[in-house]
Every structure is written in structure tokens, then in C-alpha cells.
Design a protein around this ligand. Structure first.
Ligand SMILES: Cc1cc2nc3c(=O)[nH]c(=O)nc-3n(C[C@H](O)[C@H](O)[C@H](O)COP(=O)(O)OP(=O)(O)OC[C@H]3O[C@@H](n4cnc5c(N)ncnc54)[C@H](O)[C@@H]3O)c2cc1C
Length: 308
């Protein structure tokens, strides 16, 4: 495990400000990630609402590092865990949904999947692709997630973010400088809510698109396995899975980490993998693809924390 930043037994929690939410010490983060691996958070903070989050950021000792996580569906948290405070927006206050015509404002803690029934009820279409992406709204924006030839930057109207000093700003899509599966999003910004623009649509049409997209995923991706989705970004004009396949990586394994036989850009924890197994397998693939094609694959999965 990491060297605790603030001494041994009860160091860090005692230095943190009084909040209305919850601090939990030494929480295993594996259960908060889709890969099911990862060491502990020194402290996990679950703020009660935006004001509580602000109080924490304003009053915490400056040297305490803060990491925000969402649904953990794009994360490889290393076996040594994450030093400092990890924040998750689990409180109901962060999961609100408010419609204004075909625009919808969503709390950053909302699970993408929970948007589905509201879109159908309101007859707001154009946002169906979001419902099939695992994870939550904050992570969706941060990663500029997309699928079925759509991405979230196309539908983003504005977002409220909180910076490391607890100040809240309204920002537009242009402030994020979105690129394919990434943005110039500063690491110290926390997304609080986002407003997306949809279009008028018939409930049965929305339902049909959502069902078709869910079926497609089921047929083409190992969605019921311990994975974090596409491991590597597609290099411009190329498909990462094709490069991985052509470099002979389809049957590679390291410890309990394997390449998915359903989609070779997905890595799988077979139940016994450590984060190190998964990271080493990924790096082995990067090397082999480079040897074969001179292309260096870039990780799409976000690696966090320290090695054991
Ligand atoms: C089976 C499977 C299929 C997938 N398919 C797709 C796909 O089709 N398209 C696609 O784009 N992705 C896909 N992914 C990857 C993943 O679902 C997306 O990247 C998702 O948007 C991540 O959201 P999350 O809430 O899980 O974020 P996390 O994985 O928890 O975090 C991702 C990043 O977002 C940051 N973050 C989280 N919340 C906030 C916040 N409130 N404020 C600021 N930063 C925040 C974290 O710090 C981290 O950098 C897939 C994953 C799986 C497991």
C-alpha cells in the first residue's frame, strides 16, 4: 500500500474539515471500478451536496491531493491505491434530472443508464447513445464519451464545474476544447451538472434506438465481464482492435488479465487479475503493435494511483 501521506494511524481524516457528508478511511477501490481491481483510497469523501463539497475544498489542507471518480468504468486503479482523498458524487443531490423543453440538465453523479426512462417519458431523443455508455454523467463529459457515431461534445450546451478552490463556473463546450475521447479539461475541475440538447422524438422511437444499441453491445462487447471498455484510442483513421489483432495479441495473457475473445481492444480481469497484470498486458500490447506497425497506441483507459 502507499505510504500514508499524513502519518500512520489516524493522520489524514483528522486533518480534514468538518463536513455534512461522509469520510470513509482506507476504502478498497476495487469495488468501485468495473475492472474490479485497485488498492485503497486513503480517505473516500462522499459530499452531501455542492455546498458540502465547497466547504471541503475551501478548508482542506492545501497539500492534500484530491481525485474525483465516477462510475469507475474507464479506470485502472493501481494496486497501491490512491493517496489523499478520493471523491464520489453519490448523494441524491448530484443525480437530479431537470427538463426544459428538449434541453435536459443532469447531475454529474447520475448513472447514464438512469436517463433512459426519463427520455422516453418526455419524448426527448438524440441522446439515446448516452444511455448505453457505462458510468455516470461527470465521467461521460470528462472522457468525451461516444458511440454509434455520436459523442457527447455534439450535444453539450453548458456545464457547471467547481475548481480546486470551491468556486463554481458555468462553462460551454468550447471551454473544454474537446477532442476524440479527451478534452483540455483541467484535472482540478469537478463537473457538478451538465445541460445537453436533445430533439423532439416519439417515445417508441427512442425506446427502439435504445434497445437496438443495447442489443448491439451485447452481441459485440464483453459487457458482462470485468473490463473498462476500449483500452486504447483509435489512432486517426485506424482501428485499434485491428492493429492489436494484426500484431498477434489476441491470445495474450498476463496473470489473471486477458485480451477479450469478443473484442480484442477490451482487456478482461478473469477474476484473479491485479491492476499490475492488466497494466502489464496493456503495455505488452503497446510494444507488440509498435514493433509491427511503428504506431504507439495511446491508452483510453485512465490509469490512476500508485503501484504496490
Ligand atoms: C463495457 C464497457 C463499454 C464501454 N463503452 C464505451 C463507449 O462505447 N464509448 C465510450 O466513450 N466509453 C465507453 N466505455 C468507457 C466508459 O464507460 C466511459 O469512458 C465513461 O464515460 C466513464 O464514466 P465513469 O463515470 O465511469 O467515469 P470514471 O471511469 O469513474 O472516470 C473517468 C474519468 O472521469 C473523471 N471524472 C469522473 N467524474 C467526474 C466529475 N464529476 N468531474 C470531473 N471528472 C470526473 C475521472 O477523474 C476520470 O478521469 C465503456 C466501458 C465499459 C466497461
Amino acid at each position: 500500500m502507499f505510504e500514508k501521506l499524513f502519518g500512520t494511524s489516524d493522520g489524514l481524516k483528522d486533518m480534514l474539515p468538518k463536513v455534512r457528508g461522509q469520510y470513509i478511511e482506507n476504502v478498497k477501490l476495487a469495488k468501485y471500478t468495473w475492472f474490479g481491481v485497485g488498492g485503497p483510497a486513503e480517505v473516500l469523501f462522499l459530499p452531501k451536496d455542492t455546498d458540502d463539497l465547497k466547504t471541503f475544498l475551501v478548508r482542506k489542507p492545501q497539500a492534500v491531493p484530491v481525485t474525483i471518480i465516477g462510475g469507475g468504468s474507464n479506470l485502472l486503479i493501481r494496486d497501491g491505491g490512491i493517496p489523499g482523498v478520493v471523491i464520489r458524487l453519490d448523494a441524491p443531490e448530484f443525480s437530479k434530472i431537470t427538463f426544459n423543453g428538449t434541453e435536459v440538465t443532469l447531475g454529474a453523479g447520475l448513472r447514464n443508464a438512469d436517463l433512459k426512462k426519463e427520455l422516453i417519458k418526455r419524448g426527448v431523443g438524440g441522446l439515446e447513445f448516452i444511455c448505453s455508455v457505462p458510468g455516470r454523467i461527470g465521467g461521460l463529459i470528462r472522457t468525451n464519451a461516444g458511440c454509434f457515431n455520436r459523442s457527447v461534445d455534439e450535444v453539450l450546451v453548458k456545464a457547471h464545474i467547481m475548481n480546486e478552490w470551491g468556486e463554481v463556473y458555468e462553462v460551454g463546450a468550447e471551454d473544454f476544447n474537446f477532442k476524440y475521447r479527451s478534452s483540455m479539461f483541467p484535472d482540478n475541475w469537478i463537473v457538478l451538472d451538465v445541460t445537453l440538447k436533445g430533439i423532439e422524438s416519439k417515445p417508441e422511437e427512442i425506446q427502439k434506438i435504445i434497445d437496438e444499441q443495447a442489443e448491439y453491445r451485447k452481441a459485440h462487447q464483453p459487457i458482462n465481464k470485468k473490463t473498462a471498455g476500449s483500452t486504447f484510442k483509435n489512432p486517426e483513421g485506424l482501428a485499434a482492435w485491428k492493429l492489436i489483432s494484426e500484431a498477434g495479441c489476441k491470445d495474450l495473457k498476463v496473470g489473471g488479465a486477458e485480451v477479450s475473445d469478443m473484442h480484442c481492444n477490451f482487456l478482461i480481469n478473469n477474476g484473479k487479475a491485479t491492476a499490475e497484470d492488466i497494466e502489464n498486458l496493456g503495455e505488452m500490447i503497446v510494444e507488440k503493435v509498435k514493433e509491427k506497425t511503428s504506431i504507439t497506441l495511446e491508452w483510453e483507459v485512465r490509469r490512476m494511483g500508485v503501484k504496490k
